[in-house]
Design a protein around this ligand. Structure first.
Ligand SMILES: Nc1ncnc2c1ncn2[C@@H]1O[C@H](COP(=O)(O)OP(=O)(O)OP(=O)(O)O)[C@@H](O)[C@H]1O
Ligand SMILES: [Mg+2]
Length: 287
């Protein structure tokens, strides 16, 4: 943090210079997500150490840090892939509804309203663009296995509604002309976009993006910048963004958290983070 006590977000006081990174007590007024003391130990390696942070509802919040800092591990804890060794994680899909995430399975967390993309694209390459989105929609289907097997009227209506919804979503985000293409035949930038649209098909309140700009060129990264803002506004969700592209982070984020060796070392608005000596030091040796 710079020594200016810059606010973390409106109405939230920043930590004093030299003080530890923000604790849960510094949470925004209306967090969609908050964690307290999240610690993840793999054998002898502490990948996350006492991580307490929050994402303000409606914000684009970034999580940055050098390679191996623990960013993806934190996403894996939030989405139920790993169960943290210690700590609490609370998701609030709506104000006043607080759900502890720690013991929930990944598909349950998706149903509750947290969706993610992966650092390495994970599409079903041999399925079409539309099919990739339809699969994600199934997490929201009410009909269940029996309905799917019997294909009763209610199930067929639900499937039709899902197909309509998926088409509209793909059209809204520029993939309408590609609905029947195999995912593997899409250009790389469009595959990244499809991953985001597929995540949106689960109708999340919180979207976790793990390095969405990886492998994109400058103009694709600029498009991604406006896509992230558009998604936040049109789908009325909050975004937690892991990203190494600092120009994207500085442009799109309301608030930035910095992880280094598993611990939060800074939190603040992009301009303050850019000047923070601890952050500059953590990135020394990186570009
Ligand atoms: N399942 C696992 N078992 C053992 N160690 C792991 C496991 N998952 C992650 N780690 C270790 O935890 C540390 C944090 O890894 P993580 O992938 O979260 O870093 P990251 O910040 O996402 O890095 P990058 O920017 O390179 O993606 C690394 O040292 C990694 O090797
Ligand atoms: Mg990672």
């Amino acid at each position: 943090m710079s020594g200016e006590n810059a606010p973390l977000s409106p109405g939230v006081p920043g930590p004093e210079a030299g003080q530890a990174a923000p604790a849960a007590g510094d949470s925004p007024r209306d967090p969609v997500l908050s964690t307290s003391g999240v610690t993840m130990i793999f054998g002898g390696l502490t990948a996350l150490s006492d991580v307490s942070f929050a994402v303000e509802r409606g914000s684009i919040t970034a999580l940055i840090g050098p390679n191996g800092a623990g960013k993806t591990t934190l996403f894996n804890c939030l989405t139920g892939i790993y169960r943290p060794s210690r700590g609490t994680m609370t998701f609030s899909p709506e104000p006043g509804r607080n759900i502890p995430l720690r013991r929930l399975a990944p598909d349950r967390i998706t149903c509750l309203g947290i969706a993610r993309t992966f650092q390495n694209i994970r599409l079903f390459n041999n399925l079409t663009v539309l099919e990739n989105v339809l699969i994600a929609c199934h997490s929201r289907m009410k009909a269940g296995l029996l309905g799917a097997l019997l294909r009763d009227r209610r199930t067929r209506e639900e499937e039709r509604a899902m197909a309509d919804f998926s088409y509209r979503l793909l059209e809204r985000y520029g993939l309408g002309p590609a609905v029947n293409h195999l995912a593997r035949n899409l250009p790389y930038g469009a595959q990244r976009r499809l991953e985001i649209v597929r995540a949106l098909a689960t109708r999340p309140a919180l979207l976790l993006l793990d390095e969405p700009a990886a492998g994109l060129n400058i103009s694709e990264t600029r498009e991604l910048d406006s896509l992230i803002r558009r998604v936040r506004d049109s789908e009325e969700l909050s975004v937690l963004l892991i990203e190494h592209d600092m120009s994207l982070v500085m442009s799109v984020s309301d608030l930035v958290y910095v992880l280094d060796y598993g611990a939060l070392i800074a939190a603040g608005e992009p301009g303050d983070i850019r000047r923070d000596p601890k952050v500059v030091k953590a990135y020394l040796g990186e570009d």
